[in-house]
Design a protein around this ligand. Structure first.
Ligand SMILES: [Fe+2]
Ligand SMILES: [Fe+2]
Length: 195
C-alpha cells in the first residue's frame, strides 16, 4: 500500500537490482544519511531567525549522522566497502520543484516539503528492503530506520505548518506528490537507494 501519500510504489525490478548489488544500495544509503544531515544544517544556516528550525534541525543533523555511522558499520559487517559519494539524481530532480527567487515564505515552504518528500520516499524504500532482505538482523535495522524516517517526515510537515498557513502547506504538498510521481516514473533502474 501507499506509504505517506506517495503515489507510485517502488517496483519489483528495483528489488531485483538490490539483490544483485546490496553494496551499492548500502553505500548510497550511507551517503543519503550524510546528505540528510547536511540538508538539516543548510536549513539552520538559511533560516536562523526561525527558532524551531534551528532547534529541530540541530537535533536532526546529529541523528542523521548517527544513521550514517550505523549504515557504515553495517557495510563493514557485510564485508562491503563504502563506495565514493555520487550525485543523487532523484533528489536533484526533486529540487526542480523548489521555487527560487520568490518570497522567503515560498522558499521556506518548498525547502521543508523537499525534506519531507525525501524522508517519505526513503521510508518507503526501507519498508521494501525489510520485506525482501533475508538477513533478519539487517531487516530489523531497516525497520527501525523506516520508523525514524516516518517521524522525520512528520517533523518537516509540522515545521511547515508552524510557520505557514496549514491549508497552503497541504495544497503544495499535494502538488509535490504529483510531481514526485512523475519523477519516479524514470527510476527503479539502479540498485542505488533512490535509484
Ligand atoms: Fe536517517
Ligand atoms: Fe531522516
Amino acid at each position: 500500500m501507499a506509504v505517506l501519500g506517495l503515489k507510485l510504489p517502488t517496483e519489483r525490478r528495483w528489488v531485483e537490482l538490490v539483490k544483485k548489488d546490496l553494496e551499492t544500495t548500502m553505500s548510497t544509503h550511507a551517503w543519503a544519511e550524510q546528505k540528510a544531515a547536511s540538508y538539516a544544517i543548510s536549513l539552520i544556516v538559511r533560516f536562523p531567525q526561525y527558532d524551531a528550525i534551528v532547534e529541530t534541525m540541530s537535533a536532526l543533523a546529529i541523528e542523521e549522522m548517527g544513521h550514517f555511522r550505523q549504515v557504515y558499520q553495517w557495510i563493514k559487517k557485510k564485508g562491503f566497502t563504502l563506495k565514493p559519494v555520487a550525485k543523487d539524481d532523484y533528489v536533484n530532480d526533486l529540487w526542480n520543484f523548489v521555487r527560487k527567487g520568490g518570497s522567503q515564505e515560498d522558499y521556506l515552504m518548498d525547502r521543508l516539503l523537499l525534506g519531507a518528500m525525501i524522508e517519505a520516499r526513503s521510508c518507503e524504500r526501507f519498508k521494501v528492503l525489510t520485506q525482501y532482505i533475508h538477513d533478519e538482523e539487517l531487516a530489523k535495522f531497516y525497520r527501525d530506520l523506516m520508523a525514524s524516517e516516518a517521524r522525520h517526515y512528520t517533523t518537516f510537515i509540522k515545521l511547515a505548518k508552524q510557520y505557514l498557513p496549514a491549508e497552503e502547506v497541504d495544497k503544495r504538498w499535494k502538488a509535490f506528490l504529483d510531481f514526485e510521481a512523475e519523477v519516479m516514473k524514470h527510476y527503479n533502474k539502479s540498485a542505488e537507494i533512490h535509484g
